[in-house]
Design a protein around this ligand. Structure first.
Ligand code: ADP
Ligand code: MG
Length: 606
């Protein structure tokens, strides 16, 4: 008996759907992109229960003939390419002819569509790839697709969906990626009968403002500088925030040929251009659009990927960085910009892995060994910078075996709590606590040490007890974007547990009445903004991850800053609490907290 058989289309489609339609957001993306490909000028999105029960997209595009309407739901049915060659010159959004086939395999779909030249339209109803109904109908020109009960026949997928709030955030994120490149098209987004976004047609600048506009958060158009450069390789234009308007949480968007993309390497180019201009922890918002010949980029065959490869990444890095610098130079008196000497610019090479957040606003003239330098000029190690780097968590040059920069390599017990009880302690440079130990001199980064201690404390409060709250004399108001509001409501329970007394005030604001006691005299708004930003940047899959992110962000904000003078008792308390932690060598973010200057290393210097 033959054992090979062809899968029925409905099964093949369901398998394909797993790839293309992973969640309501991917379904929305496909539908809206189809509407844009169909030349729509007005697109309405109607969502119920974060897309679980309904996702509807109504457009005024070219519509479909009766025949095309039926074909559109077949796999590999597309009006957009005819030959493989077309793939390389592609400028439309969809091209694989898989989206509708995939969607109708895992949902109940009803579509009405009409072309301008036809008097009547077509109504089509398909449930899980089975055509239930096809008839002539009267409807406006354009296409109206209603996707109900997504994954109704794939329970595993349905279970895989996150909370409504998370799925709604995903929907909005996907929606932002699209609307920011189509300012000439008007959009509305309705969720459970509430209009979340109403975006009239306008310029790119107006669109950015319509989506994110919020003067309190410095995302308003006069906070931005326009940038533009045209080269043979690439045309770049966009908007970058003026350094004085940078915030802790930034909106950072790259687009290429009308598509959103993530590009950590180019992000580094922008950050490099801003370096030295922003306070620590601050990020520039930017919206940067690349226009490049489709042959020079890797055609993004996979519909769900947002990373895009460029043929000349390093060239574009330089063009982009120069372009951002020029924009910044025009509007700021930035003495650090040296256009005549671009060779001083340090260009990092692209890496395959994720590029870590570059450290900005490092003061290169800061010399932690300055005082020694004047007292014992001949005893100063010549490569003091590498010592400093060691403390920053980077590897010092290999020929300078001074600090063993990674305490994980040294004897397991660097510091014993007995060491700490009675030994003398010094604070150095408002930044480090020096502790003599059995093996040498231990340097402890005070801010990181405190943030590790607080992190453990916050985690404890989140999981077990109620954090102590300190009431504010004057309640503060925190204004947020839609997306952030959703996040805040999601976090509300945890924030309460940790000592925040907050309540929703309006659709786009929260009032803050009390803050965790550990935050003492800090202003609540930047702290909460920092938490929202941190949580937003990283996807949390479990309640635990989510709480870790909140605790981490809060600990960073509440930890004693550099420059704060500590009494000996304060230092002793801090170090004692630090060494009692299960993990006291690194912060929850993985940064080094303490470093050992070993006895041998000290002896070698004399
Ligand atoms: P693709 O977009 O990759 O071609 P889809 O499955 O998304 O594949 O759509 C199949 C075809 O259906 C499209 O090529 C297009 O001709 C037609 N189509 C889909 N949505 C619309 C729409 N909103 N308006 C007009 N035509 C549409
Ligand atoms: Mg498509």
């Amino acid at each position: 008996m033959d054992i090979i058989h062809l899968l029925p289309d409905s099964v093949a489609n369901q398998i394909a759907a797993g790839e293309v339609i992973q969640r309501p957001a991917s379904c929305l993306k496909e539908l809206v992109e189809n509407s844009l490909d169909a030349g729509a000028k007005r697109i309405q999105v109607i969502v119920r229960d974060a897309g679980r029960t309904l996702l509807q997209v109504i457009d005024d595009g070219i519509g479909m003939s009766e025949m095309d309407a039926r074909l559109a739901f077949e796999r590999h049915a597309t009006s957009k390419i005819r030959e493989a060659q077309d793939l390389f010159t592609l400028r439309t959004m969809g091209f694989r002819g898989e989206a509708l086939a995939s969607i109708c395999a895992v949902a109940q779909v009803e579509m009405t569509t009409r072309r301008a030249e036809d008097e009547t339209g077509t109504l089509l109803e398909i449930h899980g790839s089975d055509v239930i109904r096809q008839e002539v109908c009267s409807c406006p020109v354009g296409t109206n697709i209603k996707v109900s009960n997504l994954f109704f026949n794939v329970p595993v997928r349905r279970k895989f969906l996150k909370t409504d709030q998370t799925e709604l955030r995903n929907l909005l994120t996907e929606f932002y990626h699209i609307v920011l490149v189509y300012p000439k098209v008007s959009f509305t987004f309705v969720h459970n009968d509430e209009i979340l976004l109403e975006l009239p047609a306008g310029s790119e600048k107006q669109r950015i403002e319509a989506v994110f506009g919020n003067p309190k958060r410095n995302v308003y158009t006069s906070a931005f500088v326009e940038i533009k450069t045209d080269t043979e390789l690439v045309n770049i234009h966009g908007f970058i925030v003026k350094p004085e308007n940078a915030t802790r949480k930034a909106e950072q968007y790259f687009f290429v040929n009308g598509r959103y993309m993530r590009h950590p390497y180019f992000q580094k180019a922008v950050m490099t251009a801003y370096s030295g201009m922003l306070p620590n922890d601050y990020q520039p918002s930017f919206f940067i659009y690349f226009d490049i010949s489709p042959e020079a980029i890797d055609v993004n065959i996979h519909p769900t990927k947002t990373e895009i490869k460029f043929a000349d990444e390093q060239m574009i890095f330089q063009i982009l960085m120069a372009c951002v610098r020029e924009g910044l130079g025009k509007f700021t008196l930035a003495p650090t910009i040296d256009f005549d000497n671009p060779s001083t610019i340090d260009i990092p090479l692209p890496s395959n892995g994720p590029v870590s957040r570059p450290q900005v606003a490092v003061d290169p003239t800061y010399n932690p060994f300055h005082t020694r330098n004047t007292i014992y000029p001949d005893k100063v190690p010549t490569h003091w910078e590498s010592l400093y780097e060691g403390l920053q968590g980077e590897k010092p040059a290999p020929n300078v075996p001074v600090f063993r920069e990674d305490p994980l390599f040294v004897e397991p017990e660097v510091l014993k709590s007995e060491d700490v009880e009675s030994c003398p302690l010094w604070q150095y440079n408002g930044k480090y606590i020096l502790v003599p130990s059995a093996n040498g001199l231990v340097l402890i980064n005070q801010h990181r040490a405190h943030s590790a201690v607080l992190y453990a404390q916050f985690m404890e409060q989140l999981t077990h007890t109620q954090g102590a709250s300190q009431q504010l004399l004057f309640p503060e108001v925190l204004e947020l974007s839609r997306e952030e509001m959703i996040l805040m409501s999601q976090m509300q329970g945890d924030l309460h547990a940790i000592g925040f007394d907050i309540a929703q005030l309006s659709p786009d604001s929260f009032s803050i009445q009390g803050i965790p006691a550990q935050l003492a005299n800090q202003s609540a708004i930047p702290v909460l903004q920092h938490i929202v930003q941190q949580v937003r940047e990283r996807e949390a899959d479990t309640q635990r991850e989510w709480q870790e992110q909140i605790a981490r962000a809060l600990a960073q904000s509440a930890a004693i800053p550099y420059g704060q003078t500590l009494t000996e008792q304060e230092m002793r308390d801090l170090v004692t609490r630090l060494v009692q932690l299960d993990h006291y060598r690194r912060t929850p973010e993985g940064k080094i907290i303490l470093s050992l200057l070993g006895d041998e290393e000290i002896a070698k210097r004399f």
